[in-house]
Design a protein around this ligand. Structure first.
Ligand code: NAP
Length: 305
């Protein structure tokens, strides 16, 4: 019998993965926060995926973290700031050699999770797929994309990538997953905080070309110092390309702030500044950007960690 996928977090990405796996006949179980959420889930009758305008509901079985069935494969689909605590709750249920797939954006949460579960293999993911919740237990598949998966400590691809093929989840095994995560983090640092501070769509940063360019110089220095020269290559050109290609979009950080939601700043700009300090690298514009963003978040009553 094939190994069950436990999905931790029934939010946007968790639902996007759970529904597509379930649709392909793969065994999936959802882990929700607590008994209240479980009752609400049962009342809803399943997870709904809205794709190309049509909605389908899948009655994926669900449980709470304190259920006692062992877990061999866990997709961690929480926000970066919730991942460590959420996984720690499940540590006693993990089988020896269990595998975790970490969907968190940014860097920092992956190491924190891995330290909590040394008996498990942790696989990081970087995804360009996009989804959002338009109701409880209901997710809209907004942007088709790709997911890169990799394990910095162990280059061999796991056999369960076949389940992703069956589910139609576009993916690629990457032996350079850290480079991908750093590159995405750098793009995020150069774009997202400025969209929040200037209150604009991504395209609005075309009016702040110098500010963006200065950040790219410092981010390139940081990536080089961290042993990630491939992530630094032509960074500024790619940042400008992304700003142009996504000119009409609001960045994820902008949307979080606009909806009064906690941001993942600590795992993005915060992580970049922390690593720079660890390397005794002086990056004044990046540090100033972080301070401005923290002040802005505080002024809105939002957490800055
Ligand atoms: P989300 O919609 O907020 O979903 C997170 C889910 O985790 C929520 O359902 C939350 O439960 C659940 N959760 C948190 N702590 C939990 C716990 N202890 N036990 C059980 N469930 C718990 O977040 P998301 O947008 O899917 O993002 C997940 C990660 O993927 C983030 O790092 C994000 O940056 C990254 N990402 C997202 C997208 C996207 O398009 N959404 C794209 C690329 C990358 P409640 O519902 O009870 O709050």
């Amino acid at each position: 019998m094939s190994t069950t996928w436990h999905i931790l977090g029934a939010g946007s990405l968790g639902t996007l993965w759970a529904t597509r796996l379930a649709r392909a006949g793969v065994a999936v179980r959802l882990i929700v926060r607590d008994e209240n959420r479980l009752n609400a889930y049962h009342a809803a009758g399943g997870l709904t995926l809205v794709e190309h305008g049509s909605a389908s509901t899948y009655a994926v079985p669900a449980e709470t973290p304190d259920s006692d069935a062992p877990i061999s494969r866990l997709l961690v689909a929480c926000k970066a700031y919730d991942a460590e605590h959420a996984v720690a709750q499940l540590a006693p249920r993990l089988t020896p050699g269990a595998e975790l797939i970490l969907l968190q954006n940014g860097l920092g949460s992956q190491d924190a999770v891995a330290a909590r579960v040394p008996q498990a293999r942790c696989i990081s993911a970087s995804s360009t797929e996009g989804a959002f919740r338009d109701g409880d237990w209901r997710v809209v598949f907004a942007g088709h994309g790709y997911t890169w998966l990799g394990d910095a400590g162990h280059p061999v691809a796991p056999i369960w990538l076949d389940d992703l093929n069956a589910a139609g989840i576009p993916h690629e095994w990457s032996t350079e997953i850290l480079t991908r995560l750093w590159r995405k983090l750098a793009l995020n640092c150069a774009i997202n905080p400025l969209t929040v501070l200037h209150g604009c769509r991504n395209g609005g940063l075309q009016d702040h070309h110098c500010e963006v360019a200065t950040l790219c110089v410092e981010l390139t220095e940081l990536l080089d110092r961290c042993g990630q020269p491939a992530a630094a290559e032509d960074l500024q050109q790619e940042v400008e390309r992304v700003i142009q290609a996504t000119a009409a979009n609001y960045s994820s950080m902008y949307q979080d702030v606009a909806h009064q939601r906690r941001t993942e700043i600590s795992y993005l700009l915060g992580h970049a500044c922390k690593v720079a300090a660890r390397h005794q690298l002086n990056l004044p514009h990046l540090n100033q950007l972080q301070q401005r963003l923290v002040t802005h978040l505080h002024s809105l009553g939002l957490p800055s960690d």
